[in-house]
Write a protein that binds this ligand. Sequence first.
Ligand code: ADP
Length: 155
Amino acid sequence: MELTLAILKPSAIERCLVGEIISRIQKKGLIIAGMKMMQLDEKILREHYAHLVDKPFFPSIVKSMTASPVVVMALKGVDAVKVYREMTGVTNGRNAAPGTLRGDLCMSGQANIVHASDTPENGKIEVARFFKPEEIFDWMPADKEFYYGDDEFRQ
Ligand code: ADP
């Protein structure tokens, strides 16, 4: 099964949206394989947002992502990266579709409450960036046959 990285950004922490976001993730059926609170710094953000380091707004990203601790989660599931990315919605909350986390819960392109890995390869890289191996738990719900059919579960 795939792993994908979720970050509940300072805009989610400060606005008390953590419970709502985790509730939606769990109701969907994504499995929380790892979860912790941490304070990000510029070093890890330069790695995580390497594709944006040269943009003029990068200092503003650092400011907003370090404004409070964040909650990081490793989510597990069949096609977890695609499923959670679609749940997240497009970057700017004002353009994100209703029903998505950003579409329902934020009004900003920067303070957009959550991060989602964009490819399975990046899912692995990003989970490894934020979690030690022993912080990822290899568990499945006891009633897993109610989450997936037999054929899907083998993927
Ligand atoms: P996404 O988070 O949807 O994958 P990107 O990887 O393009 O989007 O950007 C990473 C994050 O950087 C965004 O979620 C947002 O918080 C911030 N960001 C992106 N573009 C801008 C911008 N033009 N101005 C300010 N912040 C931005």
